[in-house]
Design a protein around this ligand. Structure first.
Ligand code: 0CM
Ligand code: SF4
Length: 318
């Protein structure tokens, strides 16, 4: 480690907003409250949010993570993750007589309700999202099979064929790239002028604010570090946003992932965190950088966030 006198300066522009959103905060609190109320173990279907540190911390408190309700023993409560679940999942839990608590982010649930409404209105839904992502699986699971078609790219939207072009609606995953989604919607609206959709899209406030914050600092940075997990859609989008602004970006899960070799020629570093990454990991990365550099931190705030989501009534009342 260089001594305090020979460390060279490193300017660190810390994006704001970054890190936890209201949906993640709520989902983690739900698991913690469930552990207090029921006692350990509490089962959680899928990572409550896509962050290993968060998941490991809850494991230490007595949470057990599984991918299917089939793996939850009788008589223990189960929490559904922030990303949402197909309708079949709570049905199955109810059939088994399990106590379940739904930690689906209210902004994801809003998309679920929109999907139901559009199908009730007789429209076929074009859903913009990433194949295989749990949120996409959950939203598809709100409507009967065959009533929703996935579109991932502009090319998909160009190639799409539909039976009834006058009776279409579009919806989106909450954690997409704002720019890519706009481009896909433009193609859909050009090809199917009668298509209806939400105002703008369903990308959530946290996703768009974090992307805007990265955009506002990227041009001033020689490198961007995004703290987040490789399976975190909103975190991956932050890497893309930075790279499209011409600034090389690296996704890191925590301080120990950061490599000194990345900093050759880097005078200004951008730093942000996905919606599922705790601030503690941002501090960990800054501390790691301080081992090598004389760090000058500056917070660049592009928006204020005051969103808070209520807990489910069953947990609030106890
Ligand atoms: O959807 P994504 O992969 O970005 O999930 P995450 O757990 O990283 O972030 C929070 C959420 C949701 C829904
Ligand atoms: Fe909800 Fe957006 Fe946070 Fe996902 S990223 S939990 S949709 S607020």
């Amino acid at each position: 480690m260089p001594s305090t006198t020979d460390r060279r300066p490193l300017q660190v522009l810390v994006a704001a907003p970054r890190g936890f959103c209201a949906g993640v905060d709520r989902a983690i609190t739900i698991v913690e409250r469930a552990l207090e109320i029921y006692g350990a173990p509490v089962y959680v279907r899928h990572e409550i949010v896509h962050n290993k540190y968060v998941v490991d911390a809850l494991k230490d408190k007595g949470a057990i993570f599984v991918e299917t309700v089939d793996d939850v023993p009788n008589g223990v409560p189960v929490v559904f993750s922030a990303h949402g679940v197909p309708k079949a999942v709570p049905h199955k839990a109810a059939e088994r007589g399990l106590d379940y608590i739904d930690a689906t982010c209210p902004l994801v649930s809003k998309v679920h309700r929109q999907a139901e409404r559009q199908v009730e209105a007789g429209r076929h839904i074009i859903f913009i999202g990433h194949r295989g992502h749990p949120e996409v699986i959950g939203t598809f699971g709100q409507v009967p099979e065959g009533t929703m078609t996935l579109v991932e790219t502009e090319a998909d939207a160009e190639a799409l064929t539909v039976d009834d072009p006058g009776n279409l609606a579009f919806l989106t995953q909450t954690t997409l790239s704002v720019d890519d989604t706009k481009a896909i919607i433009t193609v859909l609206e050009r090809r199917f002028p009668d298509i209806v959709g939400p105002r703008g899209e369903d990308i959530c406030y946290a996703t768009s604010n974090r992307q805007a914050a990265v955009k506002s600092i990227a041009a001033s940075c020689d490198l961007m570090l995004v703290i987040g997990a490789p399976n975190s859609s909103n975190s991956l989008r932050l890497v893309e946003v930075s790279e499209r602004e011409g600034t090389n970006a690296k996704l890191v899960q925590r301080g120990s992932d950061v490599e000194l070799a990345w900093f050759e020629g880097v005078g200004t570093l951008g730093l942000t965190a996905g919606a599922s990454a705790p601030e503690l990991l941002v501090r960990e990365v800054v501390n790691k950088l301080s081992d090598w550099f004389d760090v000058h931190e500056e917070i660049i705030e592009s928006a204020k966030e005051r969103m808070i989501f209520k807990l489910p009534r069953s947990l609030e009342a106890v």
